[in-house]
Design a binder for this molecule. Structure first.
Ligand SMILES: Cc1cc2nc3c(=O)[nH]c(=O)nc-3n(C[C@H](O)[C@H](O)[C@H](O)COP(=O)(O)O)c2cc1C
Length: 325
């Protein structure tokens, strides 16, 4: 039995990672119904005028609950001032799994576990994986810098991060960053992971509330379709837009931090929910180049698992192993 599946009570070791603005109840439920783990975020679909992310999180957990009887995850962004309230809502609404990120897991892991949730924490280095395990998380998500969204400052790629984290901790390890198909799933498991977390592949699904412009841009993206921005403000990977281009030009000519902030901050909603790929910004992983169609989130999970035997067969051939072994 796969120990991540056992821990989370899921059928397949596939997690739909939290995606700021767009991880809605419908996508989460579809992933969970297909045997993976879906996740909702406090900011899902919030209007430009603001809105209450705490009550929004409650709404999305409740909606997901109506759509599935399988486990549901919530993201706890630890750097937000409402992080404690997010934990309280997750516990009160009976979410099953918390995936914390962007902060110290020591702060709320105990509270979440006492409230009945399993806790996963996202890390980008061996040091942070060890710390997360030491403060009691149930599993670590080792996220390489291929991933969409905020990355670790040292920009370690998944291929070298995952085996080192797997060697360093006893807890289950979830690989994230650059995984979009059965080849990525199996490669991650061979590197020592117990499962995978994907974001970008799930952005281009019918249930995801990301704007259709962005979904299509991901399908159209070549291998070089994403770029790392914000090295001076924290590292983020985004799909290439007019805004990322202008930001990088400003960085290259030595613009001040204030100017860089103006060119950068507050554009995520515009890119992800409004589909403005000129002025907006949309976090997106390098795996966009692997995404060739917009399908349902359940189909992503089913297709990955259906392709596993094909990839294994091809592996045997390429290793010159007898088939069957
Ligand atoms: C649009 C977008 C928004 C994201 N927002 C968050 C977030 O709010 N919290 C978080 O922990 N991870 C966030 N991530 C990271 C994902 O949860 C996941 O780990 C990552 O996408 C995996 O790499 P991949 O994009 O190569 O599949 C985001 C990723 C994307 C693409």
């Amino acid at each position: 039995m796969n120990r991540l599946c056992q821990l989370l009570d899921i059928k397949y070791p596939i997690i739909c990672g939290a995606m700021n603005w767009v991880s809605n109840a419908e996508m989460a439920a579809a992933v969970s119904n297909a045997g993976g783990l879906g996740t909702v975020v406090p900011s899902a679909g919030l209007p430009a005028s603001g809105g209450d992310p705490v009550e929004n999180l409650r709404k999305h957990i409740r909606k997901a609950r109506e759509l599935t009887d399988r486990p549901i995850g919530v993201n706890i962004p630890l750097d937000r001032r409402q992080a404690k309230e997010y934990c309280e809502v997750a516990i009160a609404e009976g979410a099953n799994v918390a995936i914390s990120s962007a902060g110290n897991p020591a702060t709320y892991t105990g509270m979440l576990k006492a409230g009945g949730l399993k806790v996963l924490h996202v890390v980008a280095s061996v040091k942070h994986a060890r710390h997360a395990e030491a403060v009691g998380v149930d599993a670590v998500v080792a996220e390489g810098y291929e991933a969409g969204g905020h990355n670790g400052l040292d920009e370690l790629p998944t291929f070298v991060l995952v085996p080192q984290v797997a060697d360093a901790v006893k807890a289950p390890v979830v690989a994230a960053g650059g995984i979009a198909d059965a080849r990525g799933l199996l490669a991650a498991l061979l590197l020592g992971a117990d499962g995978v977390q994907m974001g970008t592949r799930f952005l281009a699904t019918t249930e995801c509330m990301a704007h259709p412009n962005l979904k299509q841009a991901i399908v159209n993206a070549p291998d070089t379709g994403t770029v790392i921005v914000m090295r001076k403000l924290g590292v983020t990977r985004s799909i290439k837009t007019g805004a990322t281009q202008r930001y990088l030009e400003a960085e290259a000519r030595g613009a001040s931090v204030e100017e860089l902030k103006q060119l950068r901050y507050g554009r995520g909603r515009l890119g992800l929910l409004e589909g403005d790929l000129e002025e907006g910004d949309a976090s997106c992983g390098a795996s966009a180049g692997l995404v060739k169609d917009i399908v349902s989130a359940g189909e992503v999970v089913r297709r990955m698992m259906a392709d596993v035997p094909l990839v294994l067969d091809s592996l045997k051939t390429r290793l010159n192993l007898p088939n069957p072994l």
